[in-house]
Design a protein around this ligand. Structure first.
Ligand code: PMP
Length: 409
């Protein structure tokens, strides 16, 4: 086997599709979000505005969060020192799990090292607990959910068309009535910014005796009066069996979790490899997360400001004739439609305009729907939005991409 050439071929394949990624060297400065400094390969430095951070509310810079983390480092040191089952459970972890359970109005919560791990570990573990389980999965579910669901045998998985309840019902009705069933879906879909029909999904779950598993990764902190997500906003929290979320996006730190009835959490805790066999998060992260969750529980005005900024950006880009995709959330995707232009626009925005936004390409989104995905925060100003819209207008002409209203160059 010529190993080297196999690795080279694999990379060339990605390059030939225009999907090869180069990481930009960005330096952040405390309190300056969303501004950062970009250092080029030759050492040249320039100021940029970050437009694609999932630290949606800038909580990663909130002094209350940073202070809590510093204090925890002083008190407890750096790492957790082990897996949760051996020596990695501290008072910080326990407190965070209580806080998360309270946030979602559930009896219990379980912390994982990331949102990815929480989905992968929890969903794959459900097959161990529920023999013969069939998982019904929205086709646009995140890779971490798909990865967990793939732990089941082929006949234990059904994929329904995105947000298509008629198709979901067809699949539920065709499955054996006595088989245990779980419907796995998201609230805010991260790349399109649309929101699931939660009431309709729960109604089908009741009708066919299924449990519900809801990924609120792109909603926690940002929706609902206390920031518990879309289920809280829509009065549906008690109707969802397992709510999954991240601490790495709106809460500005890192980690993932599920919240559910105590018995469900206890069983997953006892069987999930991705929980059992890995070092737990550092106490400082848990402390920062607690501070962030508590802050956002009490500061609904941050969510109001965030929604206003998202609406302002959508309106500004639409006014410029750019193809803003029909998002009903804070996510602002602009369709480009091919990976080469998508990367080219992203590169020029960075080098010529000081605007940092990464291209979103296959496999994150289907081929032909490549896009730029903007995530405005409360700290993005009108001036930043004007600069962005003006730069995009020019680049759309430069790349000869059709604009809304037939304004193609
Ligand atoms: N679920 C969804 C819908 C996501 O978009 C992501 C990350 N982008 C995750 C789960 C994983 O969360 P984390 O980044 O905390 O691993």
């Amino acid at each position: 086997m010529d190993y080297k050439s196999a690795f080279r071929t694999a990379l060339e394949q990605i390059r030939s599709e225009g999907r090869y990624r180069v990481f930009a060297d960005l330096k952040r400065h405390r309190g300056e979000f969303p501004r950062a400094t970009w250092t080029q390969a030759d050492g040249t430095q320039s100021d940029v505005v970050v437009w694609c951070s999932n630290d949606y509310l800038g909580q990663g810079q909130n002094p209350i969060v940073l202070d809590a983390m510093h204090t925890a480092i002083e008190e407890a040191g750096a790492g957790s020192g082990g897996t949760r089952n051996i020596s990695g459970t501290t008072a910080y972890h326990v407190e965070l799990e209580r806080e998360l359970a309270d946030l979602h109005g559930k009896e219990s919560a379980l912390l994982f090292t990331s949102g990815y791990v929480s989905n992968e570990a929890s969903l794959s573990t459900l097959y161990k607990i529920l023999p013969g389980l069939i998982i019904f999965s929205d086709e646009l579910n995140h890779n971490s959910m798909i990865s967990g669901i793939r732990a089941g045998k082929r006949e234990q998985r059904r994929v329904f068309r995105h947000n298509d309840l008629a198709h979901l019902e067809e699949l539920l009705a065709a499955a054996p009535a006595d088989a245990p069933k779980v419907i796995a879906f998201e609230s805010v879909y991260s790349m399109d910014g649309d929101i699931a029909d939660m009431k309709g999904t729960v109604a089908l779950a009741r009708k066919y005796g299924a449990m519900t598993y809801l990924d609120e990764v792109h909603a926690v902190g940002m929706y609902g009066p206390r920031g518990a997500g879309v289920a809280e906003r829509d009065g549906m929290m008690s109707e969802i069996d397992i709510i999954e979320g991240t601490l790495g996006k709106a809460f500005g730190v890192m980690g993932g979790y599920i919240a559910a009835d105590a018995m469900i959490v206890d069983a997953i805790r006892s069987y999930a490899d991705g929980f059992i066999f890995t070092t737990s998060l550092p106490p400082s992260l848990a402390a920062g997360a607690v501070a962030s969750i508590r802050y956002l529980k009490e500061h609904d005005e941050v969510r109001v400001a965030h929604q206003e900024r998202a609406a302002a950006l959508k309106a500004r880009l639409a006014r410029a004739g750019l193809p803003v995709m029909p998002s009903v959330s804070h996510i602002v995707p602009v369709l480009v439609g091919d990976p080469v232009h998508c990367k080219m626009i992203s590169d020029i925005l960075l080098s010529d305009y000081g605007i940092y936004v990464q291209p979103i390409n296959y496999p994150t989104v289907p081929r032909g729907t490549e896009r730029l995905r903007f995530t405005p925060s409360p700290a993005h100003t009108d001036e930043m939005m004007d600069s962005l819209a003006e730069a995009l207008e020019k680049l759309w002409v430069h790349c000869n991409i059709a604009r809304v209203g037939g304004q193609a160059a």
